[in-house]
Design a protein around this ligand. Sequence first.
Ligand SMILES: Cc1cc2nc3c(=O)[nH]c(=O)nc-3n(C[C@H](O)[C@H](O)[C@H](O)COP(=O)(O)OP(=O)(O)OC[C@H]3O[C@@H](n4cnc5c(N)ncnc54)[C@H](O)[C@@H]3O)c2cc1C
Length: 335
Amino acid sequence: MTKLVPFLSRYWWHSNRSRHEVIARVYAPLIENSISEHKELIEAAGAEHLIRKDGWVEAFRSNGVRDVEFVEAERLAREYGISYTRLDKAELAQTEPHLSRDFIGGLKWNDPWSVLDPHGLTAAYLKYFESLGGRFVIGDATTLVPRSSGAGWQVKTDDGPVEGKDVVVALGPWSEEVTRKLGYRFLLGVKRGYHMHYAPAGKARLNNWMMDKERGYFLAPMNKGIRLTTGAEFAYRDAPKSPVQIDRAERVARTIFPLAERLDAEPWMGARPCTPDMMPIIGKAPRHQGMWLAFGHAHHGLTLGPVTGRLIAEAMTGEKPFLDMTAYRPERFNP
Ligand SMILES: Cc1cc2nc3c(=O)[nH]c(=O)nc-3n(C[C@H](O)[C@H](O)[C@H](O)COP(=O)(O)OP(=O)(O)OC[C@H]3O[C@@H](n4cnc5c(N)ncnc54)[C@H](O)[C@@H]3O)c2cc1C
C-alpha cells in the first residue's frame, strides 16, 4: 500500500472542506451539462427506453444524520439550484412499500436521470457513431507512437496499424500507461468498487435508485435485476478482487429489502480513475502536438462522457469550448 501514499495524501489534502468547496464549484458546470449532452445522444441513438428521469433517494436511519443532510440539501439547492424533496417516514414508506421500517426518512434528489443498462447505452452510442461513418477497432494503446512520416500518431490494432493526425487518450485508470512513456506524470489513483445483481424475493419491488446513507451502499432497480453497489475501495488497480465489501453490504441490504438469489456468477469490479485534486483531466497534452487527454472522471465517467467528448471535439477543431476548460487542463500536473 505504500505506493498509494503520494496519491492518497494529496487526495486527502484536497478533501478538506474549504478546498473541496472550491473544487465543487469548478466541477459543477460539467455536471450541470451532463444531462443535456446525454439527452441529444440518447435521442439520436434511440436509447430512451434505457433511461429513467425521476431522480434517486437517500434514506436515513437516525434523526441526527437526517437533520444534517436536510440542512446540506438546502445549502446545495440555494447554491446550485438543485431540486430535492424531503421525505418523512410515512412518505418514504409510501414511496418504497417493501423497504424495512428501519428508516426514519429520506431525501429525493429530483433532477438526476439514471440508466437501466449502462452497457446497453454505450452500445447504442457506438451504433450511432458507426451510423455516422465512425469505425470501431480494438487495439493496444501502449503501441501508440508518432507517425514515421509527417505529423500525427500511429497505433497497432487487430485490423492493422491505424494512423491519425490527432489522438485522444481516454483510457480511464490505464491512461498513465501511455502518457508516462511520453514524460507525463498525473499521479492517478483508483477507487475500486463492486456490484452484484439480485432477484427480488416474491413480488417485492424497488421503485427508486436508493442509497442507505449510513451504511454506504446503493440499491438500484436495473434491467438485469436489483443492483447492489458498494462504496470505494482504495487498492492497487490490478490487485485481485476482494469481495469483502459486497458480502458486508449484502448482509445489511438483506435486512432492509427482500432480496432473493444472486444473479451474477461473481461480483463485478470496476476501478474509478481518480486524480489527486478530484477533477478530471480534459485538454491538449502540454508537450505533444495532436494529442488530447480525457481521463480521471472518478465516480462520474459515464455521467460526464458526452460533455467531455464535446469539449475535446471543440478544442480539437479550434472552436471556442462551450465551457471554460481551465480548471481541467493537464498542465496543473505537468507544467
Ligand atoms: C462500482 C462502480 C459504480 C460506478 N457508478 C457510476 C455511476 O453511477 N455513474 C457514473 O457516471 N460513473 C460511475 N462509475 C465510474 C465509471 O465507471 C468511471 O468513471 C468510468 O468507467 C471511466 O470511464 P473511462 O472511459 O475514462 O474509463 P474506463 O471505463 O475504465 O475505460 C477504459 C478502457 O480502456 C481500455 N484499455 C486499458 N488498457 C488499454 C490498452 N492498452 N489499449 C486499449 N485499451 C485499453 C479498458 O479495457 C477500458 O475499456 C462507477 C464505477 C464503479 C467502480
